[in-house]
Write a protein that binds this ligand. Structure first.
Ligand SMILES: *Cc1c(COP(=O)(O)O)cnc(C)c1O
Length: 381
């Protein structure tokens, strides 16, 4: 029997930035390429293979390859933000295209779909995140070009069965795109479960330090649709700056450690706070009582992520009071960073929100779990 060559594991690939060494100085860390334009030869060709940095930039190469490898995809593209990455997918559909999206999803994208893209010809219908039956019924009825999923989904961490959604997409001739921001490729790999595209707000766990806005798409196939998305990125100018791309690779080197620590902290918080007399719900897919726990256990590996939400029995005023009393958790939006954040989500989302007004969203960072639990218990007392 022949030994198959062993390929390094995700943790190793991420820590070493794919192990690439940059010529000519044999640098362990790749350089930042800041040029916007590239010299042509006398024959008009571009001997360096690059033309103009709105199309792409050599600084993207390693973070894109690393992300594609971590997700088990064929290619990846960086974008100026998660919203720019998501918009590029929808912009690549033709006017009149039918899209299914989850009822509960990242609110700014939901708002863009409803208030911006729909008046311009996109037809969007919403399915219940956790109901495969609802998704299947709508898909047979509406015959969508694209099914969008987000799992676990903001801000209640509802879980969608990716393999089942992919089967429904294939049966009805749609593509499945998954917003996997809250899970990261360390815990969940939608392409291995049948998804066509994966979206990340790289602003969150991939960068992980609250200092870069960026987004990314990963594709299962180098097909025509992927080519159209590339045109949407360059034509729409939705590219990140080279410094952001470089910082993103630096952040991804510690992705495995940060995600493991955040997941362990979220689990410790959820376990300690479940059943607290001030709380009606502790929403975390890692708790056996969460409605999405069984599916999450099947499609997530190595943890359930660093995101959870608390609902206060006494309602909105109590939720706001609790958030104001936290000391270590900083009251700010966003998620997936080394520092823990808390926010009263409904007031961030505004009057159109679907988020319960008694809900506080927590992003567990990598601090000591006991400090985080103490901070939460003191603010609840
Ligand atoms: C933040 C976020 C987005 C949007 O990403 P930006 O980088 O802020 O544009 C999309 N989906 C989820 C789940 C997010 O948390």
């Amino acid at each position: 029997m022949e030994d198959k060559p062993k390929s390094p594991r995700r943790e190793t690939l991420a820590a070493q930035g794919l192990g690439r060494i940059a010529a000519p100085y044999r640098e362990i860390v790749p350089p930042i390429h800041v040029a916007t334009t590239y010299e042509r030869g006398p024959d008009g060709a571009y001997p360096g293979g690059r033309v103009y940095s709105r199309a792409d930039n050599p600084t993207y190469d390693t973070p894109e390859s690393l992300l594609a490898t971590l997700e088990g995809g064929r290619g990846a593209m960086l974008f100026a933000s998660g919203q720019a990455a998501s918009a590029a997918v929808f912009q690549s559909l033709l006017p009149g295209a039918v899209v299914l999206a989850p009822r509960n999803m990242y609110w700014a994208l939901r708002g863009w779909l409803v208030n911006f893209a729909s008046p311009r010809g996109l037809q969007v219908s919403f399915y219940e995140n956790a109901s495969v039956d609802d998704l299947a019924r709508l898909a047979r009825e509406r015959r969508p070009q694209l099914i969008w999923a987000e799992t676990p989904a903001n801000p209640t961490w509802e879980v969608t069965d990716i393999a089942q959604a992919a089967a429904i997409a294939r049966e009805t001739g749609a593509r499945l795109a998954v917003d996997s921001t809250s899970a990261t490729p360390m815990l969940q790999r939608p392409i291995e479960l049948g998804a066509h595209l994966v979206m990340h707000s790289a602003t969150k766990y991939l960068n992980g330090h609250s200092d870069v806005i960026a987004g990314a798409l990963v594709t299962a196939a180098e097909d025509d649709f992927w080519g159209t998305i590339r045109t949407a990125r360059s034509g729409g100018g939705a590219v990140p700056g080279p410094f952001e791309a470089w910082l993103l690779l630096r952040g991804m080197r510690t992705l495995a450690l940060r995600v493991a620590a955040s997941s362990a902290n979220a689990m410790a918080i959820a376990t300690r706070l479940e059943g607290h007399p001030q709380l009606s719900h502790v929403l975390y897919p890692g708790l056996p009582g969460h409605p999405g726990h069984t599916v999450a256990s099947r499609q997530m590996h190595g943890g359930f992520g660093g995101m959870l939400s608390l609902r206060l029995k006494e309602g909105e005023a109590a939720a706001r009071r609790f958030t104001n009393r936290l000391k270590l958790f900083k009251q700010a939006t966003s998620l997936g960073s080394v520092e823990s954040l808390a926010e009263h989500r409904a007031s961030v989302e505004g009057p159109a929100t679907l988020c319960p007004v008694d809900l506080v969203r927590l992003s567990a960072g990598i601090e000591h779990a006991d400090d985080l639990v103490d901070d939460l218990l003191e603010a609840l007392a």
